[in-house]
Design a protein around this ligand. Structure first.
Ligand SMILES: NC(=O)c1ccc[n+]([C@@H]2O[C@H](COP(=O)([O-])OP(=O)(O)OC[C@H]3O[C@@H](n4cnc5c(N)ncnc54)[C@H](O)[C@@H]3O)[C@@H](O)[C@H]2O)c1
Length: 669
């Protein structure tokens, strides 16, 4: 396909002539059949909704086809309209555009739907089982058309994948405003999502799928490495050597697949259970998991051997995590660190495969007999917790990995609560990410080189190392470990060959680090040291982006962890300080109704104007969360905020006075 033909097709929108129907590709991973949740009137509505994207002349044919899709898959994906060109990140100039910023957004969307990046690319799902970029291919096509023709005096508005339209705005406004799954709070259960999504009026955008900020598994390898390294420091006070220790978890999917790779980088033996043959083979063929073992008795022998020889090996166990925990407990295999990364944010529709049923049986039962399937999931969670409790009573350090494991296990009636009603085990944010990273402003800063050239990525890596090393010289003692971990990470990043899809990199940095790195990139773009603009952004999973009571804000102890003011303010504040696009989601990470999260993207085009905006926006983007965490009396955040106020004349934040507990006890007695 010539570059001109590609441009023509991208800007075409809904074609004048109907494209040929698409064949179902069995070689790709596809979304499971969704629950049949609509009544007959609602099915009519879903069909009518779908047809409004197309001229009437197509309706008679498409009505039958879409009705079939709804019946067959539980959703109308409009497969026929999936473009024929290869979906992938390209040089920014390869995308048809009038606004460079719009072209950068097209690059990011294309990367989110790349078949080597996305989990169910033909169903427009990037990761997490149901993390959608769009609900259907018509939305994709119309969005790309709008982006190809928009100017820097317009803003595109997206409602859960639906391109509402281009509206006049101004150069300093965001070019794109996205919301995903924003519903009235009382209508935010899992079944509401099933229904609204089947009707084509809402979607679950996960964190970075529906905000176009997913950069492949690298982001998650980094976060997981930091988590395992710091979990290692909890079980091992010197933290230096995890040799011979064992990490057990589940899931080799979109994000969870990073666990064996990260464990290897952190230097610990890992066994990760996975029930899905395709997922386990993908990770094995990518070299992310060293060995695959199906026979649980052989697995026990192999683990004993690895322990004895202090081998750093990652093993994928092809089977159910419940059976793995039980077997290791029966055999007396000591697990040093344990977690779980099944997709329990989506427990009833393919996120969790219960023990006792085969993978295929589960897939059948979840749509044919959802109530029975729910019972199986609950029984399996009870069993899993019983086995984990046996291990932790012998000293295993177990933590919830932000997948709603503790929450769903407690709802299933498992023995997961302490007498005071709190969970028996911490979330990784309570013990690790919160007090060591978020409270100091460290979070998942990332960038994408819009030249799509690995040479540019190498230049950005070396700039980032230089900047961080300089900052580390004058940084306070208590954040040095984080800086050192990230400098080490970035130096090794190229060697670890983690790029899948766009030329992207991630590291954890605080406000000062993020601003200094972005500023240095912007200058390098101006000087031509980097050949095209750079997009910066982050995961929603950050200091300020997410209000999630059992995850990102689980280490907020003033009772406000069930509020969502921070994430909403975060996005609003970013929007008028220079973000190129912003996104506000319901449900990212732990599921619909459980969390509100927001994020941004910003294009560094090398101009002085961008230089000003990046400082203003990144400063707010990190520090608003520090201010909230400080108000919640988090010690690290109070320290960081004080330091920030001393440096910044315009910053005046309300800080808490700390009441004496004894005095409060006396007052109440
Ligand atoms: N990696 C991280 O840093 C991180 C951070 C926060 C949250 N999470 C959460 O972790 C979860 C997993 O994310 P993902 O993108 O990998 O999802 P995914 O759906 O792609 O992968 C989960 C995998 O678990 C497997 N699985 C389900 N039940 C199983 C069982 N009983 N035994 C063995 N395997 C089983 C599935 O087959 C699937 O491949 C999500 O809930 C996500 O929100 C991950």
């Amino acid at each position: 396909m010539t570059p001109e033909e590609f441009k023509r097709l991208v800007s075409e929108g809904i074609p004048q002539e109907l494209p040929a129907p698409k064949l179902f590709d069995p070689g790709l991973n596809h979304a499971p059949k969704r629950k049949d949740i609509l009544n007959s009137n609602e099915k009519r509505l879903a069909l009518k909704n779908a047809l409004r994207y197309f001229p009437e002349k197509f309706h008679s044919l498409l009505a039958v086809e879409f009705a079939n899709e709804l019946k067959e898959y539980g959703r109308i994906y409009m497969y026929r309209f999936r473009p024929d060109y290869e979906m992938k990140a390209r040089h920014i100039d390869d995308f048809p555009h009038r606004s460079l910023k719009a072209a950068a957004i097209m690059l990011m969307i294309s990367n989110n739907l790349d078949i080597s990046v996305a989990q169910h690319p033909h169903e427009l799902i990037t990761y997490g089982g149901n993390g959608a970029v769009f609900q259907n291919w018509a939305q994709y096509r119309i969005t790309m058309k709008y982006l190809s023709e928009m100017t820097d005096d317009q803003t595109l508005v997206i409602y859960s994948g639906h391109p509402l339209g281009l509206f006049p705005s101004h150069r300093d406004a965001p070019r794109l405003v996205i919301t995903n799954g924003m519903v009235i709070p009382n209508y935010s259960s899992q079944d509401h999502w099933e229904k609204f999504n089947a009707l084509g009026v809402s979607q679950y955008g996960q964190m970075t799928a529906g905000s176009y900020m997913y950069i492949g598994p690298q982001g998650i390898v980094h976060g997981t490495t930091i988590t395992i390294l710091n979990a290692g420091r909890i079980i091992n006070s010197n933290g230096k050597n995890l040799k011979g220790k064992l990490f057990v978890s589940s899931g080799l999917g979109g994000m969870s697949g990073a666990q064996p790779k990260a464990a290897k980088i952190a230097g610990i033996i890992s066994v990760i259970a996975e029930v899905n043959t395709k997922a386990i083979l993908t990770r094995h063929s990518q070299g992310w998991v060293d060995e695959v073992i199906e026979d649980i008795n052989l697995l026990v022998i192999r683990v004993r051997e690895a322990r004895k020889k202090k081998e750093i090996v990652s093993i994928g166990y092809h089977g159910n995590i419940v059976e793995l925990w039980e077997k290791f407990a029966d055999e007396g295999i000591v697990v040093d660190i344990g977690s779980d990364q099944t997709s329990l944010h989506n427990p009833w529709a393919g996120g969790y495969y219960p023990a006792g049923l085969s993978f295929e049986e589960s897939n059948r039962m979840m749509s044919a007999d959802p109530d029975k399937f729910r019972d199986h999931v609950r029984m399996s969670l009870v069993r899993q917790v019983n086995a984990i409790n046996r291990h932790t009573s012998l000293g295993t350090y177990f933590f919830d990995y932000g997948n709603a494991f503790l929450l769903e296990a407690s709802r299933a009636g498992a023995e997961i609560l302490k007498p005071d009603g709190e969970f028996r085990y911490p979330s990784y944010v309570q013990d690790i990410m919160g007090p060591l990273c978020f409270d100091y402003g460290f979070g998942p800063f990332r960038w994408v080189c819009c030249s799509n050239d690995p040479a540019d990525l190498a230049v950005t890596d070396s700039i980032a190392v230089k900047v961080l090393k300089r900052l580390m010289r004058s940084s306070p003692e208590r954040i040095r470990q984080q800086m050192a971990d990230n400098i080490h990470w970035i130096k090794e990043a190229e060697k670890n060959r983690l790029v899948v899809g766009s030329q992207a990199r991630i590291l954890y940095a605080d406000a000062e680090g993020r601003i200094a790195i972005a500023d240095a990139f912007n200058r390098a773009v101006k000087k031509g040291l980097i050949k095209a603009p750079v997009v910066i952004g982050r995961d929603h999973h950050d200091v300020s982006g997410t209000d999630s009571p059992f995850r990102e804000t689980s280490n907020i102890y003033d009772g406000s962890r069930f509020t969502a003011d921070m994430s909403v303010h975060n996005v609003i504040g970013d929007s008028f300080r220079g973000a190129t696009w912003i996104s506000l989601h319901n449900g990212g990470g732990v599921g619909w109704g459980e969390v509100i999260n927001g994020g941004f993207g910003m294009v560094l085009d090398g101009t002085a104007d961008t230089g000003k905006k990046l400082k203003m926006m990144l400063y707010w983007d990190v520090n608003n969360g520090i201010a909230r965490r400080s108000w919640a009396r988090n010690e690290g955040a109070m320290f960081t905020l004080k330091r920030e106020m001393e440096k910044t004349p315009g910053l005046k934040v309300t800080v808490p006075y700390i009441a004496d507990d004894k005095l409060i006890d006396e007052a109440l007695n």
